[in-house]
Write a protein that binds this ligand. Sequence first.
Ligand code: NAD
Length: 502
Amino acid sequence: MEIERNFAIFADPCVIRVNHTINYMQKIQNYINGQHQDSVSAAFLDNFHPACGQVYSLIPDSESQDVEDAYQAAKSAFPAWKNTLPENRFKILNKIAELIDESNDELAKAESKDQGKPVHLAKNEIIRAAQNFRFFATASMQFASESHDMPGTAINYTLRQPIGVVGCISPWNLPLYLFTWKIAPALAAGNCVVAKPSEITPMTAYMLSEICVKAGLPPGVLNIVFGLGPKVGQAIVEHSGIKAISFTGGTSTGKAIASIAAPMFKKLSLELGGKNPNIIFADCDFEKALKTTVNTSFMNQGEICLCGSRIFVERSIYEKFKNALVEEVKKLKTGNPESPDSKIGAIVSEMHYKKVLSYIQLAKEEGGNILCGGEALHPEGFESGWYIAPTIIENLSYDCRTNTEEIFGPVVSIMPFDSEEEVLKMANVTEYGLACSIWTSKLDRAHRMAAEIESGIVWINCWLLRDLRTPFGGMKQSGVGREGGWEAMKFFTEPKNVCIRY
Ligand code: NAD
């Protein structure tokens, strides 16, 4: 199938889709051994356009046999890929980055259509997907290992060899960005990959497979199997030949994966859920804190694992900050994802839409006072889409369910605090520990808070500022292991110590 032909389909306006027959819909195919093919069952799943609430494409409902075929292809490709000179690996991975950049428009439109996010936001994510490939392309040339001298006795050196065939499983919120965040380091380190994107947002992974063909990635080095988590994802995790699993998704799925992979002694990297605090001290730069908190709370409809869903504000500025935040949030436009003015897109699926609405209902039952939003929206032209108004809730106890369970939508709560000790207690109450954002102009306070907060990522006076070399991941139930930079290259290699006696 021609890449241009696929891309043309993404330009269809929303309403036309109503008239599409099943035969007219684009069928995504698995990418195995460099070929595009249907699943062995030849069965398909519906793929929805969240802004319209309608099916617009079909994805393979793959089986464990498809995973087995992908594994065999990866296994056959491994010896040659492992021994490919780093410079040649660099050239191919860098070419993939260039082709992603060249297709930014088409990929962004496809991502928006598949996920519900505004196109302008998707464009940034596609840039970052290309950056992932570019970053790890260079890593493949620069990765090095250690040596440890025992003076007069021996020298140890550490080989860091690729593991073999590895599994990469990704979620639906930042589809291509998170998919490439795993695949790029796995390939850069010399592994072959069996990958599975979320069944809810498969389109850009499919387009990536077309790009890989164009870039000259050898057949079998990357294999993408589409389908359901409990079928395809689980088959990847259970496969005895797949030696490492890099997973990003929900904490309960992470637990299920760990329960299968741990007794098989697989290497595991788990990036899981979050319930991130946003802590605003009275000595902050008010305007910067306010502007960023709007994004922290509602960017990508709050469907970013790093979004801050609990806003703690020091009591002396609480009323002022709360009122200003509500005023700003009421200005956020919701609707046509293609409009540059749209700030809030559709919720990714009907199931998730219902889940988010059920949490708003729970918040009310827990005594929450809805300051804005709190309801489904039906924007003009997108009446059947899964839209929820950005919602701010106050008057909730810091340890109630709404404040401790992950909602992963455009819903935040706001609470006052009186001291560092109190806000640390409230912020650290959840089982999660992924990220936090702290706003203060006092350096000593920033250091104290950063040291005491229970989260893998701490932003002071900023949010979502990412250097790809830094360790990325969560503590507590937000994950195990770290991604990013050398952390990822180390995860995807097996260290082997060689000791030579003088
Ligand atoms: P999910 O756990 O439902 O699914 C994630 C992926 O796992 C999908 O590809 C899915 O098909 C697959 N899967 C489902 N069941 C499986 C099983 N039994 N075995 C193997 N694979 C299986 O998560 P989601 O709903 O797609 O994504 C939202 C979650 O992801 C949120 O909890 C969010 O916080 C988390 N997330 C975390 C990070 C991070 O970096 N920590 C980043 C993004 C999203």
